[in-house]
Ligand binder design. Structure first.
Ligand code: PLP
Ligand code: TYF
Length: 399
């Protein structure tokens, strides 16, 4: 019977790394996956993570199961990191926080929750968005539709289109929003635009669902990057939020994150948490402990928290540096073309607007590996290779 199972397509992002490994060219560059690399293009384990692990080892802690909702100190630290320790939502016990399997697993628990307790509700996601959003909602049984987001003409936000689509969505829809550093476009709403988005969400009774995968990577500041969810608390909105420590603490493979709901009263938060636990129980029972302890250790010590902020600024700063290098090299090669979008976009990526054929030219001729949507992960670029990448881009967009 199982002979008839068809081959599944490779992941459009993670599949790029597979192809990269097979390329033997010394020039090859992997700008597919959004994972931080050093200037030497090596993976980076934060020094503060190693320090936390040493302290953890010295404590000789056991490996007993965590509660279904996760490690208490981790949950507290994670929600405070997002909303600020003095947030009224936290003070009033209005946040239900479930430690879950990084951003992806958290999104899935959130999607399962929507399927179960908001049946028939449609989730609106930005066009374009991180490819996995569609899989996550669809596999959880939540119908998704897209709202306008990116304007290829201006290589910026199609703000009026976005508002019009959210306005046209049925009342009480779920609206997925990237908390900061939108993936793949690197285009975020301004503070004034967030205010108008909140107006529409409120008027329509939509439930915002933030995906926060890059807190600290947009501006380099944890607080600045949490502007939108903090502002939504101020506005009295209820919302869902998935958080990930893959990027900002470099804990990719440890699967550390949380799924939370900010609600209008504490009783609802308790009931929602009990139902999220019910969902998690049947999927993976309880979350892994190692990464959660790292987070609790780092955030629980003023000294290590400071070191983490320093390393995050360093990582965000290196990406900003290569962004500038790439821009300068592009202008030098072809001063007649407007390359300003490279500098305007924020976070790990630059969204080039290249066609699939142009992306193929990047890979086949120049050994630059990237996703077919024209996205380049600047986290995988070094200053030393910026001029080479600029030549590849300039050549590819001419054809
Ligand atoms: N959401 C977005 C927008 C992402 O870019 C990513 C990837 O980092 C994730 C969620 C989830 O990643 P992870 O499951 O490693 O936390
Ligand atoms: O967009 C990216 O490159 C990151 C990493 O299934 C990623 O978000 C990519 C695909 C995936 C999980 C993480």
């Amino acid at each position: 019977r199982l002979d008839a199972v068809e081959q599944a397509p490779p992941d459009p992002i993670l599949g790029v790394s597979e192809a990269f490994k097979k390329d033997t060219s010394p020039d090859k560059l992997n700008l597919g996956v959004g994972a931080y690399r050093t200037e030497e293009l090596q993976p980076y384990v934060l020094k503060v993570v190693r320090k936390a692990e040493e302290r953890m080892l010295a404590k000789d802690e056991n490996k007993e199961y965590l509660p279904i909702e996760g490690l208490a100190s981790f949950r507290q630290a994670t929600v405070e990191l997002l909303l600020g320790a003095d947030s009224p939502a936290i003070q009033e016990g209005r946040v239900a926080v479930l430690q879950s399997l990084s951003g992806t697993g958290s999104l899935r628990v959130g999607a399962e929750f929507i399927a179960k307790f908001m049946p028939g509700t449609v989730a609106y996601i930005s066009r374009p968005t991180w490819g996995n959003h569609k899989n996550i909602f669809a596999d959880a049984g939540v119908e998704w539709r897209e709202y306008s987001y990116f304007d290829p003409e201006s290589i910026g936000l199609d703000f009026e289109g976005m508002l019009a689509d959210l306005q046209a969505a049925p009342d009480g829809s779920v609206v997925l929003l990237h908390g900061c550093a939108h993936n793949p476009t690197g285009v975020d709403p301004t503070k004034e635009q967030w205010a108008r988005i909140a107006d529409v969400l409120q008027a329509k009774g939509h439930l915002p669902f933030f995906d926060v995968a890059y807190q600290g990577f947009a501006t380099g500041s944890l607080e600045e990057d949490a502007f939108a969810p903090r502002y939504f608390v101020e506005r009295g909105l209820e919302f869902a939020v998935a958080q990930s420590y893959s990027k900002n603490l470099g804990l990719y493979a440890e699967r550390v994150g949380a799924m939370s709901f900010v609600l209008s009263e504490a009783g609802a938060a308790q009931r929602v948490l009990s139902q999220m636990k019910r969902i998690a129980r049947a999927i993976y029972s309880n979350p892994p402990v190692h990464g959660a302890r790292i987070v609790a250790e780092v955030v629980g010590s003023e000294e290590m928290f400071g070191e983490w902020k320093g390393e995050m600024e360093m990582m965000a700063g290196r990406i900003k540096g290569v962004r500038q290098d790439l821009y300068d090299a592009l202008v030098e090669i072809n001063p007649d073309k407007d390359w300003s979008f490279v500098l305007k976009q924020i976070g790990m990526f630059t969204f080039t607007g290249m066609t699939p054929q142009q992306c193929d030219n990047m890979t086949n001729k120049w050994h630059v590996y990237m996703t077919k949507d024209g996205r380049l992960s600047l986290a995988g670029l070094s200053s030393a290779k910026a001029a080479y990448l600029a030549r590849a881009i300039d050549d590819s967009v001419r054809n």
